[in-house]
Structure formats: C-alpha cells, structure tokens
Design a protein around this ligand. Structure first.
Ligand code: HEM
Ligand SMILES: *[C@@H]1O[C@H](CO)[C@@H](O)[C@H](O)[C@H]1NC(C)=O
Ligand SMILES: *[C@@H]1O[C@H](CO)[C@@H](O)[C@H](O)[C@H]1NC(C)=O
Ligand SMILES: *[C@@H]1O[C@H](CO)[C@@H](O)[C@H](O)[C@H]1NC(C)=O
Ligand SMILES: *[C@@H]1O[C@H](CO)[C@@H](O)[C@H](O)[C@H]1NC(C)=O
Ligand SMILES: *[C@@H]1O[C@H](CO)[C@@H](O)[C@H](O)[C@H]1NC(C)=O
Ligand SMILES: *[C@@H]1O[C@H](CO)[C@@H](O)[C@H](O)[C@H]1NC(C)=O
Ligand SMILES: CC(=O)N[C@H]1CO[C@H](CO)[C@@H](O)[C@@H]1O
Length: 325
C-alpha cells in the first residue's frame, strides 16, 4: 500500500516535471524501441549517395526543424496544412521552405505508425530526421532527445517575429536567439547549418545592387551578380549558401566568412562584427570546436518551447490536428 502510494506520487511528480518540458534520450525505449531506425529507413535509405533529391531533403529537413522550433517551440506546428492559408507554413517568411522536408516527416510518420501506432509525436520524428540529416551530410553525430508532444496551435501571425531575417545585424540575431534561450555562441554555431543548402537571389539582392556590399569578396560578388541579375528575373534561381563545400556540413562555412564569402548579411556579419569575429575565426580553424558547439546548440534548439506530459497531443497525421481528422 505504502509502496504503491509512493509510486503513484513519484509518477505524478515525474509527469509534472515532464510538463515543464525537457526532452530526454531513450524516451521510447519501451514504447517504440526502433523508432530511430524506422525514421532513418523511411526517409533516407532509399536514396543512393550523391542523389540530388537526397541532398535537397537533408537541407530542407534541417531548416524545417529550425523554423518549427522557433515558431511556437519544437512541436511540429509548422507541419499543419490549412484550407484557409492561415497556418505557419503559409507565412511569407516560409515561402522557400522546400517541400522535401515536409515529405520526409510525413513518410516517416506513416512508417512509425505502422510499427507503434499513436506513440511517437511528429515533433520527435522531425527532430530525429533533422539529426539524421546532419549526420548524412557529413556533420557531427549525436544522440537526440525525445518526448516532445505535438502542438495545438499553428498561426501564421506567429511567424514574422520569430524567424530571423537575412538582413539582421549581430545584435538583432543575438536578441532573437536569446528569446529562445540560445546564446550568441549557440547562434554562431547553428549558423553553420548554412554550410548546406541554397538561397533565393532575392534574399541577398540588396547586397549586390545598387552598390556592392563592401564586406563581400569582390570576385565572389561578381559571380553572384552573374547568377542573380539586377532585375529579379527568374525566381527559380538559387545560389549555394556555402560556395566551397555546399553538400557537406562542415566548418568551411566559417572559412568562407573570413574570406568575405558569406552569402547573407546575417552570415557575413558574424565575421565583420568584432564581437563575434573571434568565435568565427576559432570555428574556421578548429573543426572540432565547431562540431562540439554545433552539437550542444542543436540539442538546446531541440528543447525550445517543448510540450511534454499532458500538453499537446500525439498527432495521427502530421499535417492535421487530431480533432480535424
Ligand atoms: C541565424 C539566423 C538565420 C537566418 C537569418 C537564416 C536565413 C536563411 C535564409 C534567408 C535562407 C534561404 C531561404 C530562401 O531561399 O529564401 C536560409 C536557408 C537555410 N537555412 Fe537558415 N537562417 C538562419 C539560421 C539557420 C539555422 C539556425 C538553421 C538550422 C540549424 C538554418 C538552416 C538553413 C538551411 C539548411 C537552409 C537551406 C535550405 C534549403 O536549401 O532547402 N538556418 N536561411
Ligand atoms: C534519387 O532518388 C529518388 C528516389 O529513389 C529517385 O526518384 C530519383 O530519380 C533519384 N535521382 C537521381 C538523380 O538519381
Ligand atoms: C497566403 O498568404 C500570404 C501572406 O501571408 C500571401 O503572400 C499569399 O499570396 C497567400 N496565398 C494564397 C494562395 O492566398
Ligand atoms: C524567390 O524570390 C522571389 C522574390 O521574392 C519570389 O517571387 C519567388 O517566388 C521566390 N522563388 C521561390 C522558388 O521561392
Ligand atoms: C491567429 O492570430 C491572430 C492574431 O493574433 C488572431 O487574430 C487569429 O484569430 C488567430 N487565428 C487562429 C486560427 O487562431
Ligand atoms: C542593428 O539593427 C538595429 C535595428 O535596425 C539597430 O537599432 C542597431 O543600431 C543595429 N546595430 C548595429 C551594431 O548596427
Ligand atoms: C527558457 O528557459 C526558461 C527557464 O528554464 C523556461 O521557463 C522557458 O520556457 C524557456 N523558453 C523557451 C522558449 O524554451
Ligand atoms: C506561402 C507559401 O508558399 N508557403 C509554403 C510553405 O511551405 C510549404 C511546404 O513547401 C509550401 O507548400 C507552402 O506553399
């Protein structure tokens, strides 16, 4: 009797503690032990290496995780589809979130539901897929914390104030990340994700025209101008965020910044601002320092605004709240 009351009390305490929102490793070890293998298999293993679709999926998934966590916390709220053009994914800021990331999570969810129905949240599947994307792109490997629940709110009015603009300066970037409990050091490390992926010319057009941003390497600026003409013509033109090793998540991104080859203002400012420059130089010359900082920062990113315990729900379909099925 005594024992079972204590046990119940302990369980209540744990549940309340979880309500505070800290994901943990091995959360599904009893309820869905193979979830990580299933996600990886469903999303990535059908591709052969060097397949362009695989590359697009890796970078899209990583960015999707970032946007999900910054808007309403890591709760898959960005996945919600809407009939009325009013959920997070409909916001202007979201214009270029590639569909591949959404597809990856939907497919993985279907596979996971086949093995352990009703157990694993879409938010956790996105976190696992983002970790796999980092590793498959040659970045550092790490264990992913789980136990997030899916959010009940997705409103596009939340997007603008929570996603950094590529024109931001250091203090604007630092302030926004601080609101998510991420330090300037974390922000610099996470920006290393721009070692992968592409940007629409429109996001850095103002650095080329009417005058070239003096922090840009001149030869690099000329290449960019050749690809992205003054008059925004073909809106399908995209440029690699990392001009040197665009398919590998590595510290060459920071070497680019030192060389004036940061594509976005928000990239280059990490080097031009004397406050953050020492960290950029350190990451540029010490891949191990970058890897360690990136791992610590992406784990912190995965804790932003998480719902645990009784909060939220385990969505059946990642693109719809359960009450809309
Ligand atoms: C520091 C502030 C950040 C700013 C201002 C920013 C901005 C941007 C912009 C403007 C693009 C190009 C999108 C387009 O074509 O319209 C982009 C792409 C991307 N961002 Fe960021 N980002 C930031 C941080 C991050 C973080 C923290 C991550 C992930 C950890 C991330 C991951 C990515 C990836 C992977 C892409 C390429 C997506 C693809 O190729 O599909 N970004 N970002
Ligand atoms: C990449 O893999 C996908 C999925 O298997 C396939 O549909 C596509 O044709 C492949 N692309 C290339 C360029 O091999
Ligand atoms: C959806 O809303 C965005 C602004 O949030 C707007 O730019 C876009 O044109 C709208 N799309 C449709 C199909 O109405
Ligand atoms: C690229 O940016 C332009 C200008 O904002 C926009 O019209 C276009 O739709 C974007 N292209 C893609 C594929 O997102
Ligand atoms: C979204 O947020 C806006 C502004 O806060 C609010 O007016 C609107 O009712 C919200 N929409 C939904 C569907 O909750
Ligand atoms: C950064 O931008 C903000 C907002 O535009 C501005 O108030 C601030 O002075 C800028 N800081 C620097 C160092 O340029
Ligand atoms: C930041 O940390 C505080 C203290 O742990 C927590 O109450 C708050 O919810 C966190 N904010 C976010 C956005 O995760
Ligand atoms: C307004 C807009 O284009 N939103 C996009 C957000 O991302 C999803 C996934 O690719 C697109 O389908 C939406 O069109």
């Amino acid at each position: 009797m005594e024992v079972s009351i204590r046990l119940i009390l302990l369980m209540v305490l744990i549940a309340v503690g979880r309500g505070e929102g800290q994901p943990v490793e091995n959360f599904y070890s009893k309820t869905c032990p193979n979830v990580e293998a299933i996600v990886k298999q469903a999303v990535f293993t059908k591709f052969s290496k060097a397949n362009a679709t695989l590359q697009a999926t890796l970078q899209a998934t990583l960015r999707l995780f970032f946007h999900d966590c910054f808007i309403e916390g890591c709760d898959a709220s960005i996945m919600i589809a809407s009939a009325n053009n009013n959920t997070e994914k409909d916001a202007d800021e979201n214009l270029s979130l590639a569909g591949d990331g959404f597809d990856a999570v939907i497919k993985a969810k279907q596979a996971v539901e086949g093995a352990c129905p009703g157990i694993v949240s879409c938010a956790d599947i996105l976190a696992i897929a983002a970790r796999d994307a980092v590793v498959l792109a040659g970045g550092p490997s790490f264990s992913v914390e789980l136990g997030r629940r899916d959010g009940l709110v997705s409103n596009k009015s939340q997007v603008h104030d929570n996603i950094p603009d590529p024109s931001f300066n250091l203090s604007q970037l630092t302030t926004l990340f601080a609101r998510k409990n991420l330090s300037q050091f974390d922000m610099i490390a996470l920006s290393g994700a721009h070692s992968l992926g592409v940007s629409n010319c429109s996001r850095f057009h103002s650095r080329l025209y009417p005058v070239v941003d003096p922090s840009l390497n001149l030869n690099y600026a000329k290449q960019l101008m050749a690809t992205c003409p003054r008059k925004i013509g073909n809106p399908q033109v995209f440029v690699n965020l990392d001009p040197e090793t665009p398919k590998v998540l590595d510290n060459v991104y920071y070497q680019n910044l030192v060389a004036g080859k940061g594509l976005l203002t928000s990239d280059e400012v990490l080097y031009t601002d004397p406050e953050s420059q020492p960290t950029v130089k350190d990451f540029a010359s010490n891949p191990g320092h970058f890897n360690a900082a990136f791992i610590a920062a992406i784990k912190k990113l995965g804790r932003v605004g998480v719902k645990t315990g009784n909060l939220g729900e385990i969505r059946r379909d990642c693109a719809a709240f359960n009450n809309e099925d």
